[in-house]
Design a binder for this molecule. Structure first.
Ligand SMILES: Cc1cc2nc3c(=O)[nH]c(=O)nc-3n(C[C@H](O)[C@H](O)[C@H](O)COP(=O)(O)O)c2cc1C
Length: 267
């Protein structure tokens, strides 16, 4: 009987929800990658390994690339990867495939799952669009799990970014993207740093939820350090909506996956 293990990273809970859905069906243990990052090596008995992660800037989060080389005997495992994306998967799964290959392993299945946008432009996704994305994933779940359970190989999903840029939902993000660029060019990267406003009560949720331990509460206010993964967890999970990305309005609305609780993220 195959033993399966899933390693995930998640900022707003989308990838955790997907990891959990697949984990239940494959009877797999699911482990946050942050709990592995300080290990010298990852020695698992599992012969099926899954990576589930979001796409940031059309690439997997850097942490995924860090943990893959630590996995012992990776060449003997059946490996699958699932990315969740808000705009387009582009070649993200190919990035992961390359990393796995450079460590002697082989990515057998790469699945891209559309989920609500969790960063800039999150407010442009309507509730109906969100529901449709969740429904589409639920409809694919059995097929994906059958593919993995049967150890099938060869399907690595990619998309041509150019075509995704013309979807009506994505066109709505353009003006926001220009505001972002304007800030970046004329006011510098510091103007796009996370900040808290007067609604902040100093409750420390952002500190606890940050997967990178990048936030300290000093004098009842969050202070961000310099190793942010850009996952937006602090902003999305703030119970008071008190965190923003600089002063610019960038169409960001607090979002987190409806099936994921703050306690799931922290544990
Ligand atoms: C900083 C940041 C950058 C992102 N960049 C992309 C991107 O380049 N392409 C894309 O399709 N989605 C992008 N997204 C959307 C996320 O990939 C998507 O919402 C994902 O499901 C979030 O998963 P999570 O909740 O597990 O972190 C980005 C989100 C954030 C916060």
């Amino acid at each position: 009987m195959d033993k399966a293990e899933i390693y995930y990273f998640s900022g707003s809970g989308n990838s955790l929800a997907v990891a959990r859905d697949v984990g239940i069906r494959l009877n797999a243990d699911i482990t946050p990658v942050m709990s592995l990052v300080d290990l010298e090596s990852i020695d698992t008995e599992a012969n099926v390994i899954g990576f589930v992660f979001p796409i940031y800037d059309f690439k997997p989060p850097k942490i995924m690339e860090k943990i893959i080389p630590k996995i012992k005997n990776i060449e003997s495992k059946y490996i699958f990867a699932i990315c969740t994306y808000g705009i387009a998967p582009a070649k993200s799964l190919k990035h992961i495939e390359k990393t796995i290959k450079s460590c002697g392993g082989c990515l057998s299945a790469g699945v891209a799952v559309e989920m609500p946008q969790s960063g800039i432009g999150s407010g442009t996704v309507t509730k109906a669009q969100q529901e449709k994305m969740f429904e589409n994933w639920k409809n694919r779940l059995d097929g994906v799990c059958d593919y993995i359970s049967n150890r099938r190989a060869g399907e690595i999903e990619t998309s041509i970014l150019f075509f995704s840029l013309f979807k009506p939902r994505i066109i709505k993000i353009y003006p926001i993207f220009f505001v972002f660029l304007k800030h970046l060019i004329f006011e510098g990267i510091d103007s796009l740093a996370f900040t808290s406003n007067e609604k902040c009560t100093g409750c420390g949720t952002c500190q606890r939820i940050c997967p990178q331990n990048n936030i300290e509460i000093i004098e009842n206010k969050p202070v961000w350090s310099d190793h942010c993964a850009n996952c937006f967890a602090c902003l999305n999970w703030c119970p008071n909506g008190a965190i923003s990305l600089g002063k610019a309005k960038m169409g960001i609305k607090n979002y987190h996956h409806p099936d994921i609780k703050i306690s799931d993220m922290i544990s």
